[in-house]
Design a protein around this ligand. Structure first.
Ligand SMILES: Cc1ncc(C[n+]2csc(CCOP(=O)(O)OP(=O)(O)O)c2C)c(N)n1
Ligand SMILES: [Mg+2]
Length: 307
C-alpha cells in the first residue's frame, strides 16, 4: 500500500513537473506606470512557485511577499544595471541580506536578463549556480555578495556604501534588503549606527516588515518595535510604506534618489509593511510558510491564483 502510494506520488510529481515551463520572457528596466508592475510581479511569483516546487525545498513566504518591491526596484528604472555587463562600473548594487529569500532574487535577475530564465529550474540542485543562499563562488551574474547568515549582508552593504562615498567618491547607490526578524541580530544595529554616523545618503535599506519569522510573529518572538524610532535615532530618513502598493513603493524609491542627489547626509530606510506569502490565499500572513516549498497540489493552486 505504502509502495503504491509512493509510486503514485512520484508519478504525479513527474506529471506536474513536465508541465512546469518557464517562458523565456525578460522585462525592461524603465520608468513605468504603477499598474504595469502587477504583471511583472505575477511572473516573478510564478517563477518562485515553480522553482521551489522543482527544488522540493526553499523559502516561499518572504520570496512571494517581497515580489512587488523587487518588481519596482529592478524594472521601474530605479536600480541602474546592465545585464549584459554585470560588473559595469557605474552600476548600483543590490544586496539581499535576507539571503534565504533568494528565489525571488534569482527570478528577478533571470527576468532582467542576467542569465537564462530556464536556469530557474535548477534552484538548489547539486552543481547549480542557484544555491539555497546567494553565493559569490557560483559566479551567478548579478550577485554582489554571498549572504544568508543574517545580519552580514547589511554590514557588507554599509561597507560598500562607505567605500563608494568616501574612497571612490562615485555616484553609485547601494540598495539592501533585510528581513524584520533579521533585525534581532545585534550586528544589524552596528551597521545602522555606522550608516547614520557616516551619513551614508547613498544607502537605501529596505526592511521587509512582514512581522513573521521562522517560528512565529516577530513581535512575539522578540519585538524589534518601534522600528521607525530606532532608525530615526540612528540618523536615518525613515519612510514607512505598504510594501504591496506600487504607488507607495515608487514614491519611496523616488524619495531615496532625491535624498542621494541632494546629499542630505542621512541614509534612507524604507520600512515596507508586507505580508508573508502574499497574495496566495493559503499562505498569506502565515509564518509557517517561512521556509517550506509548496507541494504539487499547493503549487497548482498557487499558480492558478496567479493567472
Ligand atoms: C545568523 C543566523 N541565524 C539564524 C539563521 C536561520 N534563519 C534563517 S531565516 C530566519 C528568520 C528570519 O526572519 P526574517 O528576517 O523576518 O525573515 P522572514 O521569515 O520574514 O523571511 C532564521 C532564524 C540564519 N540564517 N542566520
Ligand atoms: Mg520577517
Amino acid at each position: 500500500m505504502k509502495f503504491k502510494k509512493i509510486l503514485f506520488h512520484n508519478f504525479v510529481f513527474f506529471a506536474i513537473t513536465m508541465e512546469i515551463f518557464f517562458e523565456p520572457k525578460v522585462f525592461e528596466n524603465k520608468k513605468r506606470k504603477p499598474e504595469e508592475f502587477a504583471e511583472i510581479a505575477k511572473e516573478l511569483r510564478r517563477d518562485v512557485i515553480k522553482s521551489l516546487l522543482l527544488a522540493k525545498s526553499g523559502h516561499s513566504g518572504g520570496s512571494l511577499g517581497t515580489a512587488d518591491i523587487f518588481a519596482v526596484l529592478f524594472f521601474g528604472g530605479f536600480l541602474r544595471y546592465k545585464p549584459e555587463n554585470p560588473k559595469w562600473e557605474k552600476r548600483d548594487r543590490f544586496v539581499l541580506s535576507a539571503g534565504h529569500i533568494c528565489p525571488i532574487l534569482y527570478a528577478t535577475l533571470a527576468r532582467a536578463g542576467f542569465f537564462p530564465v530556464a536556469e530557474l529550474a535548477t534552484l538548489r540542485k547539486l552543481g547549480s549556480r542557484l544555491q539555497g543562499h546567494p553565493a559569490l563562488d557560483t559566479e551567478l551574474p548579478g550577485i554582489e555578495t554571498s549572504a544568508g547568515s543574517l545580519g552580514q549582508g547589511i554590514s557588507i552593504a554599509v561597507g560598500m556604501a562607505l567605500s563608494d562615498k568616501y574612497l571612490d567618491k562615485n555616484d553609485r547607490r547601494v540598495f539592501a534588503l533585510t528581513g524584520d526578524g533579521e533585525l534581532q541580530e545585534g550586528s544589524t544595529w552596528e551597521a545602522a549606527m555606522a550608516a547614520g554616523n557616516y551619513k551614508l545618503d547613498n544607502l537605501c535599506w529596505i526592511v521587509d516588515n512582514n512581522d513573521c519569522q521562522i517560528d512565529g510573529r516577530v513581535r512575539e518572538v522578540m519585538s524589534i518595535y518601534p522600528i521607525d524610532k530606532k532608525f530615526e535615532a540612528f540618523n536615518f530618513d525613515v519612510i514607512t510604506i505598504d510594501g504591496h502598493n506600487y504607488n507607495e513603493i515608487i514614491n519611496a524609491f523616488e524619495k531615496f534618489i532625491n535624498n542621494h542627489n541632494n546629499q542630505i547626509g542621512k541614509p534612507t530606510v524604507i520600512i515596507a509593511k508586507t505580508k508573508m506569502g502574499f497574495p496566495i490565499s493559503f499562505m498569506t500572513d502565515n509564518y509557517e510558510w517561512h521556509g517550506i516549498p509548496p507541494n504539487e497540489e499547493q503549487a497548482l493552486r498557487a499558480l492558478a491564483e496567479l493567472q
